[in-house]
Design a protein around this ligand. Structure first.
Ligand code: AP5
Length: 214
């Protein structure tokens, strides 16, 4: 069974790779960023709380994020495996994940770290556009849609995320280095971590699938 964590700094390509992997592996994609953005779109109390952190680039508090993932992992579709994207991001989140995956008998089998140089992260994040309807990612130079401003997949409008500007990105990178990077060591010690170069999307997907035994 594949119980996977995808890690990497903002813009490393986690979301892009996750969508390709889940299509091949047929397991659910659990992205805490997408879950928060969905709640923001729906205007729920969780969305209002999340927006007050996310838009400036700060992490949402651990208790809120852990509760959200715990509920999602308990759903029946995770019985055949799952791919976590953007969770855990702090040591308390990783410790809580260990407990909850043990409880449901679906412990982590692979931790994939996608590493991409900082200049490339800035270029990607500042040029990123996402579909307002289905969330598919594009880039103004690298990954253009067939029709300007329109999603190839669902025809939705392409927009810029409120946290995709240089100021918020610096806050996100700072949080990544201070709070998330220590997790690499946490998982390396457990023998679960494997690092990949995220520079080329086309080359990375087959490498990841080969590593996962597909
Ligand atoms: P989240 O949505 O997880 O954002 P992130 O980690 O900052 O990552 P991104 O989505 O920006 O980048 P990505 O690595 O997925 O790259 P992508 O494939 O899109 O989280 C957002 C916020 O939610 C957080 O800041 C935090 O506030 C909150 N949050 C989420 N989880 C949390 C948690 N666990 N705890 C607390 N708070 C949490 O690619 C980026 C761009 O590059 C795209 O335009 C893409 O088309 C392009 N691209 C991708 N790969 C390539 C390539 N190889 N070559 C060229 N272009 C490429």
């Amino acid at each position: 069974m594949l119980n996977i964590i995808l890690m990497g700094p903002p813009g490393a390509g986690k979301g892009t790779q996750a969508k390709k992997l889940i299509a091949a592996l047929e397991i659910p994609h659990i992205s805490t960023g997408d879950m928060f953005r969905e709640a923001i779109k729906e205007g729920t109390p969780l969305g209002k709380l999340a927006a007050s952190y996310i838009n400036d680039g700060h992490l949402v508090p651990d208790d809120v994020t852990i509760g959200l993932v715990k509920e999602r992992l308990s759903k029946s579709d995770c019985a055949k495996g799952y791919l976590l994207d953007g969770f855990p991001r702090t040591i308390p989140q990783a410790e809580a994940l260990e407990v909850m995956t043990k409880e449901i008998g679906r412990e982590i089998t692979h931790v994939i770290d996608i590493e991409t140089p900082k200049e490339e992260l800035v270029r990607r994040i500042c040029g990123r556009r996402v579909c307002k309807k289905c969330g598919a990612p594009y880039h103004v130079i690298n990954i253009k849609p067939k029709v300007d401003g329109v999603c190839d997949i669902c025809g939705g409008e392409l927009v810029q995320r409120p946290d995709d500007n240089e100021e918020a990105l610096n806050v996100r990178l700072d949080a990544y280095h201070k709070q998330t990077k220590p997790l690499l060591d946490f998982y390396a010690k457990k023998g679960l971590l494997k690092e990949f170069d995220g520079t080329s999307s086309a080359e990375l997907t087959p490498k990841l699938l080969a590593y996962l035994g597909e």
